[in-house]
Ligand binder design. Structure first.
Ligand SMILES: [Zn+2]
Length: 333
């Protein structure tokens, strides 16, 4: 939806799930020295066979349900083919055709509904460490400890009309993750790819932006840059850009691939997964009370005003502390 400012934004959020082991092997997700937590499976040696981490799937379903998604009763994994040093097997195991969850939504404080296109599970690639200033040779190091850590990807519809709305979505996302206890804000990462276009022109993707403030700043810069280009009668090219956290600007990184370039194929080493309607309903019932329900309850139970109850419920720890203190006070009274 193009808003009155002519801006259309969609987010693809990647969240590291806080499981003890990786998505398809038994390697630990937390390790010290580089390349000490990897095995033939997460490195993709020929003949190695992935086995799905049940906890990672359980966490992904919880996230999908918290975002009001429909859960597919049957889904499978695919290989996304690409060539880059962070992926030793030249394909990433992800979900493409049938993800875990589809067609969800979340409501912003303004009452505006943001559509969730899909929620799926995939593996993280290795980490690249770029060195500089070491003599005349600049080079990159690869750390495969990150290779195969489970990521849940939450893709929104292009429903945001301002950087502020995108920021509020990320605030709600981090709150939901805290309630579900599926993400560690101290050791895990939350990154967003920001898709933005103005006045129906070509879409630009700003990749791997870390943090809510950075997303807001990256989008603000990108909207100003694109509008400025149009004012100067320049064409906006469809491309991928990188965000510079020191200058709050974006710069072109590579021309954007289309989905067809990835040549998705069915992952033959994993079977299709099935889940019954009863199991999905059981998971729905077992979801913890989330921030929006808690906020309403605080108003009814403790007579708080809407603003205060929202502030408390949107901070998982603060909400819990408040409730404990308020209950103690009620018991004494
Ligand atoms: Zn491994």
């Amino acid at each position: 939806m193009v808003g009155k400012e002519g801006v259309m934004i969609g987010l693809e959020c990647h969240v590291q799930l806080n499981t003890d082991s990786k998505l398809f092997c038994g390697c630990p997700t937390k390790a010290g020295d580089p390349n000490t937590a990897c095995c033939p499976i997460c490195l993709g040696h020929p003949g190695s066979k992935p086995v799905l981490n049940a906890k990672a799937l359980d966490y992904t379903m919880k996230v999908a349900l918290a975002f009001n998604c429909e859960i597919n009763q049957q889904f499978f994994f695919s290989r996304k083919t690409y060539f880059y040093p962070d992926m030793s097997k030249n394909f990433q195991i992800t979900q493409y055709e049938i993800p875990v969850g589809l067609k969800g939504y979340i409501v912003l404080s303004s009452g505006k509904k943001i559509g969730i296109t899909r929620v799926h599970l995939e593996e993280d690639p290795a980490a690249l460490v770029h060195t500089s200033g070491m003599g005349s040779s600049n080079f990159s190091l690869v750390d495969y400890n990150r290779s195969g850590i489970p990521l849940v990807e939450i893709v929104t519809d292009p429903d945001f009309e301002s950087p502020g709305e995108a920021r509020e979505f990320l605030e709600q996302l981090t709150t939901i993750l805290a309630y579900l206890k599926v993400f560690s804000p101290t050791t895990g990462t939350l990154k967003a790819d920001c898709n933005v276009s103005v006045y129906g022109n070509n879409r630009v993707e700003v990749k791997n932006v870390t943090g809510k403030k950075a997303v807001e700043k990256a989008l603000s810069f990108e909207i100003a840059r694109q509008k400025n280009m149009l004012l100067n009668e320049k064409e906006i090219v469809m491309e991928t850009r990188a965000f510079d956290e020191t200058t709050f600007t974006t710069k072109a990184s590579r021309s954007k691939e289309t989905e067809a370039d990835y040549g998705y194929i069915f992952e033959p080493d994993l079977t299709a997964f099935r889940i019954s309607r009863e199991e999905i309903e059981g998971m729905k019932k077992a979801l913890p009370e989330l921030h929006s329900a808690k906020s309403k309850r605080f108003v009814e139970e403790f007579g708080l005003d809407e603003y205060t109850s929202n502030v408390l419920a949107n901070n998982f720890s603060l909400g819990n502390i408040f409730e404990e203190v308020a209950n103690c006070k009620q018991k004494r009274a």
